[in-house]
Write a protein that binds this ligand. Sequence first.
Ligand SMILES: [Zn+2]
Length: 383
Amino acid sequence: MTSEPRPLRIFVAGLMHETNGFSPVPTSMGSFEADLAYVPPSDIMRDLALAFAGYGDAIRSIRAAGDEAIKGPCFWAQPSGSISSIVYSHLKSSVIEALRETGPIDAVLLVLHGAMIAEGIEDCEADLLHEARAVVGPEVPIGALLDLHGNVSPAMLESGAIVVGVKEYPHVDYPDRARELHGMLKELARGARMSMSLRTIPRLSLQGTVEQPMRGLVDCMIAAEGKDGIRSISLMHGFPWADWSYAGASVLVVSENADPAVIDALTDDLAEAFVTIADNAAVERMSVGDAIERGFATPGQGPAVIADSSDNPGGGGACDSTFVLRELIDRGCENVALGMIWDPQAAQIAANSGVGSKLSLRLGGKVGPMSGDPVDLECSGGA
Ligand SMILES: [Zn+2]
């Protein structure tokens, strides 16, 4: 008669930030407290953490499989500039002390991003993984779940962690990846042996996975899993604005008794395919003036959309640059909508002035040198 294996105790914590090293907006403790700072046993932001992609998915996957999820802290802040060393130290201590206080466990699952930079620490993920390893010792499996826009270093893997990134952009596959990582941690806790391989790809490129040809490449990756000892493949696109030596794309492979030649061939193929896609998708860069000129060159063809993709709050940009606005005004362009400029002070003044009021407003260009100069405008107020 065989008995059911006992449920595993798995510690889960999250520490995520996509750090834009070029952003003049520092990331403070207030940034995390405004977005997500859940520290059990407090219930503050508990529901938010459990609804958060990655952390909540890991907890649900572990529980659904009949194992015990020990909830550790979960921190996330919107992309912005470097984190101060004091704040990072506090966040890390919070996770590591919770892990230490948990007592004996069977596995650790950390939800990270892969592009977190603090003052004096370029590779926060590796730092955290090594600290976690020091607490649990060499035998307890550690898994890290990364965002597809994570930058991966050899130091992360030297912690002995099994590292998996989401495959899709938009990142709709967090539940699948959390389930997959939990499954592998479970096998490792029961004696399986797996290895990690990393192939860095010298490209900075952001690609969606819904459209071809990237869709086909993701499907090929999925088809290669479960064969020849290949357990999991992650094609990381990286985060170009995290300014350090490992910024860029990479292939991560989790394997079990696989022939190294098979892994090499696989990673070669994926790296080559990604480079081809990235090179063919390279966009033509234009000056702001040329872009506006071309946008107005074909009237009657529908709206022309000009994207200033680096001044992007979703990627940590300050979003208050005025270069496009200045050019549009100087050229006397009409029938144009510009969105958006982040200027809370101007927005408050406009809201206070009342709907339909006229006011002179100094707009944008405030956060740093890359924001350009403020633009003085005669505006209509509104709520
Ligand atoms: Zn991402």
